[in-house]
Design a protein around this ligand. Structure first.
Ligand code: F6P
Length: 319
């Protein structure tokens, strides 16, 4: 292994820069050449590569987003696009590729490795929707961003004695919503994995009022949808003013949390170690606090699991 490249792809996630920094610095420590690829797989196809040095990654560990930019690339979904990407790597004399992203990014790496490219994947997505790992880079920061927003919404909801519905990201995965619901002390969490019952929610809101609650907070995962409709329904049934707030892309930005910085740094280091040991077609994850690697095909086959216990906790302690 003499030369490696790194790219970020799909939705950005806080901590991607910390991972890039760790990959670059570890590679340089091992006397490898390291290339950054701009704009993910799209940049790879177009040969947007540049050599990185120590300074390329100075002063970025605390920054959100990704200095390498990111993109979702249609052309890479074609065989022809992938062949072009593989030949660009060959032209630049690159022996290994580190990709940081979510499901789509890994699926891309899986296909590239079938063309003989040595790939290592780092899970980078706020959604935490890669079931083979406990945590993805960016999830913790996004969660803290949501909690910060919830704290603010609690103030105004209490003042006006309203119901607040907060829509959070996560695609079809409810992890952000569930963890934010527990951490933010929400009355209800509505998840794609569980669905909801309007009557039950309205009944509980009214019971909460009788108990002296000044507001009710509902965290709803975007994968369920219909926050405005639910707000209208709650107002109609309970007579209590209800507002829906979509946090949107705010959840993707911001300085990464300590947890995400350390996770990203550990994974970035390990990715280069694996490439140097000749390992390929692997993804990195964290289980029980330890970083591990797994075959990319196996990792993408791991079925979704759901944290029933945390869901139960969220219901019991919100009463
Ligand atoms: O995968 C990360 C994510 O932020 C999802 O939570 C969300 O559904 C999606 O990306 C939004 O994508 P875009 O930035 O392309 O609108």
């Amino acid at each position: 292994m003499k030369s490696i490249a790194i790219l970020t792809s799909g939705g950005d996630a806080p901590g991607m820069n910390a991972a890039i920094r760790a990959v670059v610095r570890t590679a340089l420590d091992k006397d490898l050449k390291v290339f950054g690829v701009n704009r993910g797989y799209s940049g790879l196809i177009n040969g947007e590569l540049f050599e990185m040095n120590r300074e390329s990654v100075s002063d970025i560990i605390h920054r959100g987003g990704t200095i390498l930019r990111t993109a979702r690339c249609e052309e890479f979904k074609t065989e022809e696009g992938r062949k072009r990407a593989a030949s660009v790597l060959k032209v630049f004399g690159i022996d290994g590729l580190v990709v940081i992203g979510g499901n789509g990014t890994f699926a891309g790496a899986q296909l590239l490795s079938k063309l003989g490219v040595k790939t290592i994947g780092l899970p980078g997505t706020i959604d935490n929707d890669l079931p083979y790992t406990d945590y993805t880079i960016g999830f913790d920061t996004a969660l803290n961003t949501v909690l910060d927003a919830i704290n603010k919404l609690r103030d105004t909801s209490s003042s006006h004695e309203r119901v607040s519905i907060v829509e959070v990201m996560g695609r079809d995965c409810g992890d952000i919503a569930l963890h934010a619901g527990v951490g933010g002390g929400a009355e209800f969490v509505i998840l794609p994995e569980k669905g909801y019952n309007e009557e039950e929610i309205c009944k509980n809101i009214l019971q909460g009022k009788v108990k002296g609650k000044l507001h009710s907070l509902i965290i709803m995962a975007e994968g369920v949808g219909g926050t405005d409709e639910l707000a209208n329904k709650i107002e109609e049934v309970t007579g209590i003013e209800t507002r829906a707030t979509k946090l949107g892309h705010i959840q993707r930005g911001g300085s990464p949390s300590a947890f995400d910085r350390v996770l990203a740094s550990r994974m970035g280091y390990k990715a280069v170690e694996l490439l140097c040991q000749g390992k390929t077609s692997k993804v990195l994850g964290m289980k029980n606090g330890k970083i591990f690697d797994m075959d990319i095909n196996e990792a993408l086959e791991v079925p979704r699991s759901f944290d029933e216990e945390l869901y139960t906790i969220s219901k019991i302690i919100s009463n």
